[in-house]
Write a protein that binds this ligand. Structure first.
Ligand code: FE2
Length: 308
């Protein structure tokens, strides 16, 4: 079992609003003495995963901040204590272009979706969740082979969330097509968590470790260049990989101040728009299985922290 990390894609980021000059960034304000940035930073060391107790109460564990994701080939390990050390989990399963031959059929089907996306709220119980996904897919009009893959993956992600949070009653399932309509600002999701898989496109979700993030910039500015300390430490998952992401409402470890919202949330963003050799946008079909909230007094399955 591999718990190491991969770096498939590293590069600098360019936030498009830079070009338009809309943002006189906080970096600039600090540089010219309008604000004292050092006094406004969150307590950074407390944001490093090695400095907090894991949410399942297994306080003996800690790790060096070398990667944000727990890498495995089995997403059921999402509910195991070892994954609590990380901001997310990735099960490597690169498609290597398996669905690219369906791209035009996917684009055509997605063009009929409202706002390029379909969504449903599915009960978390396995058979009812499966039925809800089948119904969603029946209205999607996608080719059968990729529909079967989407159903299988949605159910796997649903099981992973249900195993981690047995009390969760509903999950949100989304099918979306991303072309030029991406918001590629670095952020943390403001809910419990997300499972996400890309089926077409060039690359999947980009992410980075917490030590590479200026959290004051993340929360107060819009400039990607200011948020990321070293662009070479940006990583990405592959098209096909199953990615599970913790959000800001994921249960916090004991003793962690709720105000440090990013303490176990993955810092991530959509990949930049990619174009083919003819200049056309390379669309990315994406499946999401999200947990927006947990019932009161519930938490991860392995005990310890029962706070929402
Ligand atoms: Fe996100």
């Amino acid at each position: 079992m591999n718990s190491g990390h991969r770096t498939r894609h590293k590069r600098g980021q360019k936030f498009k609003r830079d070009k338009k000059g809309f943002f006189f960034t906080c970096c600039c304000l600090a540089r010219f003495g309008f604000i004292d940035k050092s006094r406004m930073l969150l307590p950074h060391t407390s944001l490093l995963p090695g400095s907090w107790l894991p949410p399942f109460g297994g306080g003996a564990h800690s790790r060096v901040d070398t990667t944000a994701l727990f890498t495995t080939d089995d997403i059921s390990r999402w509910a195991q204590a070892e994954s609590s050390q990380y901001d997310g989990l990735v099960a490597a399963r690169p498609f290597d272009g398996r669905w690219d031959e369906f791209q035009s059929a996917i684009d055509e089907a997605c063009s009929r979706w409202p706002e390029r996306g379909l969504t449903c709220t599915a009960p978390s119980e396995a058979s009812r969740f499966s039925a809800a996904v089948v119904e969603l897919l029946s209205g999607a009009g996608l080719p059968d082979p990729i529909s079967r893959q989407l159903h299988e993956d949605a159910c796997a992600l649903g099981r992973a969330w249900k195993a981690l949070c047995p009390a969760v009653r509903q999950l949100s399932v989304k099918l979306e097509l991303f072309g030029e309509n991406v918001c590629s600002r670095w952020h943390c999701d403001n809910f419990v968590g997300r499972g996400i898989v890309s089926y077409t496109g060039v690359v999947g979700t980009e992410y980075t470790r917490k030590g590479n993030v200026d959290f004051w910039e993340l929360q107060h500015c819009g400039n990607n260049k200011c948020i990321i300390r070293d662009p070479k430490l940006v990583e990405s998952v592959a098209v096909g990989d199953l990615l599970l992401i913790k959000g800001t409402r994921f249960p916090l470890p004991h003793g962690t101040a709720r105000s440090i919202k990013a303490s176990n949330a993955l810092v991530h963003k959509s990949p930049e728009v990619r174009f083919d050799q003819q200049g056309g946008v390379q669309n990315r079909l994406v499946l999401k299985v999200d947990v927006y909230e947990l019932p009161a007094a519930s938490g991860p399955a392995r005990g310890g922290d029962k706070k929402p």
